[in-house]
Each structure stands twice: as structure tokens, then as C-alpha cells.
Design a protein around this ligand. Structure first.
Ligand code: URA
Length: 189
């Protein structure tokens, strides 16, 4: 258990708990404001993220920024963005269950130190890991699920929206729900 964010980052940067460490360029720990009350969690770094060390910097990241900005959120100010696994799975394959298992403690520590009031899961992998094992994004997106005093919501992964733009309107509605939740619950942004 960590008491300092700096120490957590430091140790995570040197992680070699699973085989992804052999092929990574950078550990992608997370970005944003560690005092934010809202967190967004994706699946794992892609090529651009691996090269830069920052989550969601490719085309999907630009789309995510657009949705965030639409509801008055900004990755550099009032949210924190992280992933289920911190190192890129080769060829952008899904992170294996054992890789997720090895990595999840870093995210748990991020939750413990940031103490988000709302966690938005971007896509199936994050939602299945953090909300429920059999989570179905197409039918359950946008719904708030309380776990203790933390609210969770699943929505579409930005890369999935680029592949299937038909869901962009539904994703926008989810972000509008996020804004409503912020207002209703006096979440600091
Ligand atoms: N996809 C993710 O799930 N996370 C990233 O950081 C980038 C792409």
C-alpha cells in the first residue's frame, strides 16, 4: 500500500511482473490530475501510447478529448486517465487475463490514492474487469452502478467508435449523463 503517488509511479515504471515488460517501450502509468474526482479507465496502451508514455494519444485519444471537452472536462485539469494494463500488448491484442491480474494492483493503488467518485470504463475489457464479468457495452452503457461509495459507468471504447461511428450519438448521450451525474452529486470539476 502506497502513501505517495510519486513512489507508486516510481515502482510502476520498473514493473516486470508480466511478459509485457519485455516488449514495451514505456510504461503508461496514467495522466491527468491526481486530485480529480473522475477517472476514465481504458484497456491498455496502443502503439502511440507505448511510444509516448501517455494514455489515449492516438486518434481514439483525440475523440476522447472531444467528448470530454463537450461536457467541460479536460485531461490536464479535472480528470485522471489510466488503463487496466500499463504496458502495450503486442499487435494490440486484448490483454490476457493473467496480464490483467498481475497489473490490476497498480490501478487499485491509483484508486486508493485518487479516491475517484466516478469511474468511467472505456470499453468491454475495463467494464468487465471493474463493473461485472459479463458486462455488455451495447446494452449496459451509460448506466451508473454503485460499488460502495464509488459510482461506475461503462461506455464505448473510442477505438470502437472509430470503427463503428453509428454508436457516436449513444456515446455522446453517455457523456451527457456523466455531466448530469457531476451536477447532481456536486462532483468537483
Ligand atoms: N486504448 C486504450 O484502451 N488505452 C489507451 O491508452 C490507448 C488506446
Amino acid at each position: 500500500m502506497y502513501t505517495s503517488f510519486e513512489q507508486l509511479i516510481n515502482d510502476c515504471m520498473q514493473c516486470n511482473k508480466c511478459e509485457l515488460c519485455a516488449t514495451r517501450t514505456n510504461v503508461v502509468f496514467g495522466t491527468g490530475n491526481p486530485k480529480a474526482e473522475i477517472m476514465f479507465v481504458g484497456e491498455g496502451p496502443g502503439e502511440n501510447e507505448d511510444l509516448t508514455g501517455e494514455p489515449f494519444v492516438g486518434r481514439g485519444g483525440k475523440l476522447l478529448d472531444k467528448y470530454l471537452n463537450t461536457i467541460g472536462l479536460d485531461r490536464s485539469k479535472n480528470v485522471y486517465i489510466a488503463n487496466i494494463v500499463k504496458c502495450r500488448p503486442p499487435e494490440n491484442r486484448d490483454p490476457k487475463p493473467e496480464e490483467q491480474e498481475q497489473c490490476i494492483d497498480w490501478l487499485r493503488e491509483q484508486f486508493r490514492l485518487i479516491r475517484p467518485k466516478l469511474v468511467v470504463c472505456l470499453g468491454r475489457i475495463a467494464a468487465c474487469r471493474l463493473i461485472s464479468q459479463d458486462y455488455k457495452v451495447t446494452s449496459q452503457h451509460g448506466q451508473i452502478v454503485m460499488k460502495g461509495s464509488t459510482a461506475f459507468m461503462g461506455t464505448f471504447h473510442p477505438a470502437a467508435l472509430l470503427r463503428n461511428p453509428n454508436n457516436k450519438e449513444a456515446a455522446l448521450q453517455d457523456f451527457i449523463e456523466i455531466r448530469k451525474f457531476i451536477e447532481k452529486n456536486n462532483i468537483r470539476v
